[in-house]
Design a protein around this ligand. Sequence first.
Ligand code: HEM
Length: 142
Amino acid sequence: MKTVHSILAAFVLIAISMVVFNAIMSLKRSEQFKSGDRKLGLIALILTHTQLLIGLVTYYVSPWYESMKNVGMGKAMKDSELRLMTVEHPLMMIIAIVLITVGWSRHKKLTEDKAKFKSFAIFYGIALLLILSRIPWAQWLS
Ligand code: HEM
């Protein structure tokens, strides 16, 4: 489960980055919102939602969760690595996924092409920054 979560993370990052880059470039060039733009946003949405489900399972089978239960919440919060893995990472990723979902829903309601791209650039963009800030980089890349 951890391996799937780890591999899917790379696809999630690539997909969200592509949405944000594409939205910013399209805004600059005042391009029309086409079906390819919608598809890219949808792929990123599906990948992040899948990652959420896998993340939830990973959480309950991970040694981090086991450690948190063993040492207790109070002590776990004083350990920066344990806090990152059991609280900060899951919580921040869930907030990011909510933002992506809001950005997706907003774009569907908006009619102007510029507004649709803006919704993607802002919501997927902030989500990307949140995700990047709470990925366990050292553990992932080692
Ligand atoms: C956009 C969503 C997410 C991304 C990009 C992401 C990314 C990552 C990455 C790169 C790792 C390190 C994997 C490794 O060491 O090989 C990781 C670990 C982990 N993630 Fe996520 N994650 C996301 C969402 C979540 C969610 C929603 C949860 C839980 C509710 C979660 C729980 C965990 C746990 C428990 C680990 C540690 C696994 C272990 O070491 O056994 N993740 N995540």
